[in-house]
Design a binder for this molecule. Structure first.
Ligand SMILES: Nc1nc2c(c(=O)[nH]1)N[C@H]1C(S)=C(S)[C@@H](COP(=O)(O)OP(=O)(O)OC[C@H]3O[C@@H](n4cnc5c(=O)[nH]c(N)nc54)[C@H](O)[C@@H]3O)O[C@H]1N2
Ligand SMILES: Nc1nc2c(c(=O)[nH]1)N[C@H]1C(S)=C(S)[C@@H](COP(=O)(O)OP(=O)(O)OC[C@H]3O[C@@H](n4cnc5c(=O)[nH]c(N)nc54)[C@H](O)[C@@H]3O)O[C@H]1N2
Ligand code: SF4
Ligand SMILES: [Mo]
Length: 743
């Protein structure tokens, strides 16, 4: 007997609603949920393979604990005893910063990852926090922090309504979108064109997205900030600046004009390898469109001027009056966002409140660069203790961060390491304890992170599609127990963690004059919460306190968990709407268009005007049927051309004597790798491309299918020294490499 169950897909940022076919406890099929209020039936090959991803026989079923050097299955009790015994002596002897926390990408795709990391980090009191953000979007957080006073206030292009989309360093036809949650991104781009709109793509590769574009600009990697600065200077020079309704909310326009004056199209053309008239045309088209949105992603972030490029994306949106207006780029308002406070000056955004010990990198958003993790473990200094214990949650930095070989060795030298991860992989193989979460079908789902980045306001929640198998523990409970074991409360009831958060949040809410529960008794509010468990009660609380919430009875039609459960396909909350000035938390209460740290970084960009790399540079790429480092173990997603090959332009191949399909050696500052060449004019001259997340040939892992076609770790070509200084983000694109055929 089979049945169906709804489940939001956790496999990428598009958050599609799926209808799963379940036989017994096994997911045997997945199709798009046509009644989903947001995704309306869309599904991609990864979502369609949900059952295979979920049922992968290599997923760990029980915790592993290291005994006599070997990882062996153990009970949950033994596992958490070992975590407490491993972490507490390190904290007590060397202090809180000697425990590192690494949070990987899937934390933004799980309920547990949305609810517990902040409690863990605050409870430990460690400054040694590293996340996937610093190999990804940290530049955008920093530019938003500086412009708007809130690192999480990220404007999202209004895909459904814009007349002109300028896409920079993003390939949503493979990635399905990022920092822009939009199920069926490809369909939305086609709809844009069908309604007469225009799509421009800036990418050194002729991607599937670029092939859809009206105009594709094949830029030299790493030079987007120059190009965008030149577009800005054209807007000023040609009198195309028009802030529209934004005027009263923005300061610093004249300062930007002066600061960018010398970044003319002629000045940047050679460095970008884009002709000056093209740059002028890009600026004019942007200004002329009735509405337009500039959107930059990975290719604009993971470069030496990532923060400047991210800043310029919004500068262009602002100077053309497109920020915060329909068809432009708007701030979403998610159901679990805090109750919006009245507009007015805020506390602003602080950078560099502390520094990393070894290379003295500034913190950003409370994080240190993932690129610096290895040296923070393996290098002693007089400044303080190195990291001696590590908590890794849903992270595989041995493959995803620069210089995996060095990190590999560093992890081996730790006193203690625990991984919360379903697989024994390149990173978790170093752990002393591995805590496996249940597969997604056995977990609830709500998108705490992605609803704040969605192109339409909506809210959805799905309970586990399949009950927990015997011996399994919910990821939220694992995380809560991990928090307790790490903070000296091992053995306490894990619901204590949720109770603590509920009490603190409600206690704060009743004191806020703008809160719907102002002046009420927090204990009374706590008794009103519904939900089967701590995480559900926390979701209920956030929904009810949130911008659409029932305010614990104040607005009876408002949102609550109960209401959400009555709408299994979700609740639509309408299109994105103008919100300024409310989201601004800068000290001035306005958009600060030329913040000091940005102005101070411009001389570095000016130096880049003169740079003309003569050798090859490396960029990455993504493939629709893969996802970072952990989906190569699913046979259904690994066939065909989904491979770890070096893309190289025919002219470069000929010059270097590289033949299609033959192995080539790629050498970078951090090491070298050998992979087959794929000669294609899909990359521009002077650029080679190799995807990340491969290199599954290390011993001691348990990913049997991935090991049959391991590929190589592109991040071994990096040594971790190349960063965007403002954000600490790793430079993963535009990296100099040497290449030679293997003879
Ligand atoms: N060269 C290069 N490097 C890159 C990038 C690039 O473009 N080029 N991209 C970067 C980007 S954008 C990112 S986000 C990072 C990603 O790098 P990481 O954050 O390290 O993420 P993944 O490779 O996705 O590994 C995720 C880990 O989570 C585990 N996992 C999967 N599902 C779950 C779950 O439900 N719960 C838990 N607890 N664990 C789970 C997996 O087994 C795996 O170990 O890589 C970065 N590295
Ligand atoms: N199928 C699949 N989907 C994914 C993932 C995955 O691994 N596979 N990962 C998920 C994650 S964690 C993220 S963060 C998102 C990322 O989502 P996207 O940002 O859309 O990621 P990519 O597909 O890597 O596209 C980045 C593009 O930038 C280009 N590029 C490289 N260097 C430069 C440069 O200097 N300038 C410009 N203008 N372009 C450049 C590359 O050629 C590439 O086409 O995808 C998510 N979705
Ligand atoms: S687009 Fe993303 S969320 Fe949608 S089905 Fe595919 S992997 Fe899942
Ligand atoms: Mo990412």
């Amino acid at each position: 007997m089979s049945r169906t169950a709804l489940r939001i897909c956790p496999l990428c940022e598009a958050t599609c609603g799926l209808t799963l076919t379940v036989e017994g406890t096994k997911v045997t099929g997945a199709r798009g949920d046509r009644d989903d209020v947001f995704s309306k039936g869309f599904i991609c090959p990864k979502g369609a393979s949900f059952g295979a991803v979920d049922g992968d026989p290599d997923r760990l079923r029980a915790p592993l604990v290291r005994k006599d050097g070997e990882l062996r299955e153990a009970s949950w009790q033994e596992a958490f005893d070992a975590v407490a015994a491993g972490l507490r002596p390190v904290v007590e002897r060397y202090g809180p910063h000697s425990v590192g926390v690494v949070l990987g990408n899937p934390n933004v795709h799980t309920v547990a990852g949305g609810l517990y990391p902040a409690v863990l980090v605050a409870g430990l009191g460690t400054r040694s926090l590293f996340t996937a953000s610093t190999v990804d979007q940290m530049p955008k957080h920093v530019s938003s922090g500086l412009l708007f006073g809130d690192a999480n206030a990220i404007p999202v292009p209004d895909l459904d309504h814009t007349d002109h989309l300028l896409l920079i360093g993003a390939n949503p036809l493979e990635s399905n979108g990022s920092l822009c949650t939009a199920p069926d991104f490809p369909g939305k781009l086609k709809a844009l064109k069908a309604r007469g709109g225009t799509l421009t793509v800036i990418d050194p590769r002729r991607t599937r997205t670029a092939r859809l574009a009206d105009r594709h600009v094949s830029i030299r990697p790493g030079t987007d900030a120059l190009l965008l600065a030149a577009m800005t200077s054209v807007l000023f020079e040609e009198g195309l600046v028009d802030l529209g309704d934004l005027g009263p909310h923005v300061e610093g326009v004249e300062e930007v004009r002066a600061a960018l004056r010398d970044f003319t199209p002629d000045a940047v053309a050679e460095a970008c390898d884009v002709e000056a008239p093209v740059i002028r045309a890009l600026a004019r088209e942007l200004a002329a469109a009735p509405t337009a949105a500039v959107y930059g992603r990975i290719g604009s972030c993971t470069v030496p001027h990532g923060t400047l490029a991210s800043w310029l994306v919004d500068v262009l949106n602002i100077l053309t009056g497109n920020l915060d207006r329909p068809g432009g780029a708007l701030f979403p308002l998610a159901a679990t966002d805090k109750t919006p406070r009245p507009a007015g000056p805020g506390r602003g955004f602080a950078l560099a409140r502390w520094h990393s010990r070894v290379s003295e990198h500034p913190e950003a958003k409370g994080e240190l660069p993932l690129s610096a993790l290895a040296e923070e473990i393996d290098t002693a200094t007089e400044e303080g203790e190195p990291i001696r214990a590590l908590i890794a949650v849903a992270a595989n930095p041995v493959l995803s961060a620069p210089d995996g070989d060095r990190l590999d060795k560093a992890l081996d030298s730790l006193d203690f390491m625990v991984s919360l991860d379903p697989y024994l992989n390149e990173t978790s193989r170093h752990a002393d304890v591995v805590l496996p979460p249940p597969p997604p079908s056995q977990s609830p789902h709500h998108d705490f992170a992605f609803n704040t980045l969605a192109v339409r306001n909506q809210v959805r929640y799905t309970r586990p599609a399949v009950p927990l198998e015997p011996g399994r523990m919910a990821e939220s409970e694992i995380f809560a127990r991990l928090v307790l074991a790490a903070t000296g409360m091992h053995g306490a009831d894990p619901s204590a963690v949720d109770t603590l958060v509920l009490d603190q949040t409600l206690g704060k809410a009743v004191k806020e004059p703008h809160s719907p529960v102002h002046g009420r008794d927090p204990r009374e509010l706590a008794t009103l919460l519904t939900g089967d468990n701590g995480p559900e009660r926390r979701l209920d609380m956030m929904l009810r306190l949130g911008p659409y919430g029932d305010g614990f009875g104040v607005r009876p039609d408002g949102l609550s968990l109960r209401k959400l459960l009555a709408h299994p396909h979700g609740i639509d909350l309408g299109p994105l709407r103008p919100r300024l000035p409310q989201p601004l938390k800068t000290r001035s209460g306005r958009v600060e268009l030329l913040p000091r740290p940005i102005a101070d970084d411009l001389p570095r960009l000016r130096e880049a005007l003169a740079q003309r790399p003569d050798g090859l540079v490396l960029v990455g790429r993504r493939h629709l049927r893969s996802n970072n480092s952990w989906m190569h173990n699913v046979p259904a997603l690994t066939g065909g051309s989904n491979r770890c090959t070096v893309h190289i332009h025919p002219e470069d191949a000929e010059r270097l004597g590289v033949r299609d399909g033959a192995p080539v050696r790629v050498k970078g500052a951090g090491g070298e790798v050998t992979a087959p060449a794929e000669v294609t004019d899909g990359v521009r001259r002077g650029v080679v491309s190799l995807p990340h997340g491969w290199g599954h040939d290390r011993p001691g892992t348990r990913m049997s299918h991935a090991a049959t076609d391991p590929g190589v770790n592109v991040n071994q070509l990096l040594d971790g020294s190349l960063l965007d200084p403002l954000s600490g983000n790793a430079v993963l694109n535009g990296v100099p490499v040497e290449l030679a055929p293997v003879t």
